[in-house]
Design a protein around this ligand. Structure first.
Ligand code: GUN
Length: 296
């Protein structure tokens, strides 16, 4: 079997166009333009690219967006002051603190400083708790994007055995919550594995749906993939490649060429899950803007 390659860029474009239409309708009714501010601390090269792309996506829809770039040596209290100001700013419906932060800062305290109603990442403990309880709240963008990809591709999750490799707060844990939730895009039997899991290849061999989010290049081998499985690769790893123009290239957490022969569908890296993250960020920003209006 040669897998169908899931076109994340196309599905993200479709999702963005729906969000754009929803925002236009919301603006016509309320006069409100959604607004997103991204805080970046320091000069992490990949983060700088991600942050610029987030702002660009907002501006393309005519939304309000700013980047608050802070010095790598910024003190905790300085970042807290910026967050406090944005919490009070009525133009700002979403606040995103780009991770990772430079060492020495308390990431958790800063994430908790963002008002849950403006937490477009869904990282505040209130929103993490709501996701776990099945209550409406902003859901982390990458997990939401993964669920959307599966639904748009017509991949049934109900009753299927979904194996997740990686237990991070960003991806592994929230995607497990989404897939086990009742209803469309959920109802899966979920198994969360990680670096300490014993017999990982044999667990993965049982997966109808595999989600790899472990951050190690080509960690998952083709021989681990059950014939006909769906493979969602969340990894973005830069590896040396003398044949590539830049001397390096991006690969996922799955050996794509090997897995492609066994899977029925697979996401590429780049162009799979990545574009969905931004699309879901804009979706969450619009939802936060709607909630702000309801609560005003
Ligand atoms: N760094 C990598 N991915 C993310 C994300 O989804 N949100 C934030 N805030 N930082 C990230």
């Amino acid at each position: 079997m040669t897998a169908r390659i899931i076109d994340g860029a196309a599905i993200a474009a479709l999702s963005l166009s729906r969000t754009a239409a929803g925002a236009a309708e919301f603006r016509a009714q309320s006069g409100v333009v959604p607004g997103l501010v991204v805080i970046i601390v320091g000069e992490h090269p990949a983060s700088q690219v991600y942050v610029r792309n987030k702002r660009k996506a907002c501006l393309e829809l005519g939304w309000f967006s700013e980047i608050r770039a802070m010095h790598a040596a910024a003190a905790q209290v300085e970042i807290e002051t910026v967050i406090d100001e944005l919490n009070e700013d009525p133009r700002v419906h979403g606040i995103l603190l780009q991770l990772p932060l430079p060492q020495g800062l308390s990431e958790q305290a800063l994430l908790e400083r963002i008002r849950p109603e403006k937490d477009v990442d869904g990282f505040h403990p209130v929103n993490v708790g709501k996701l776990s309880l099945g209550l409406p709240a902003p859901v982390p963008c990458t997990p939401l994007g993964i669920q959307r990809l599966l639904m748009e591709e017509g991949i049934e999750t109900r009753g299927r055995f979904a194996v997740i490799i990686g237990r991070s707060n960003l991806v592994g844990k929230p995607v497990a919550q989404l897939l086990m939730r009742k209803g469309a895009g959920g109802d899966a039997t979920v198994c969360v594995c990680h670096s300490r899991s014993e017999g990982l290849p044999d667990i993965v061999r049982r997966a109808d749906i595999l989600i790899a989010a472990i951050g190690q290049p080509r960690f998952v081998k083709g021989s681990w993939i059950k014939s006909g499985a769906v493979v969602i690769d969340v990894g973005i790893n830069r590896v040396d490649d003398p044949a590539a123009p830049k001397g390096s290239r991006l690969v996922g957490d799955v050996d794509f060429e090997e897995a492609r022969d066994a899977a029925s569908a697979i996401t590429p890296v780049p162009g799979g899950v990545g574009p969905m993250t931004i699309a879901m960020l804009l979706h969450n920003t619009l939802e936060c803007a709607k909630t702000a209006l309801q609560n005003s």
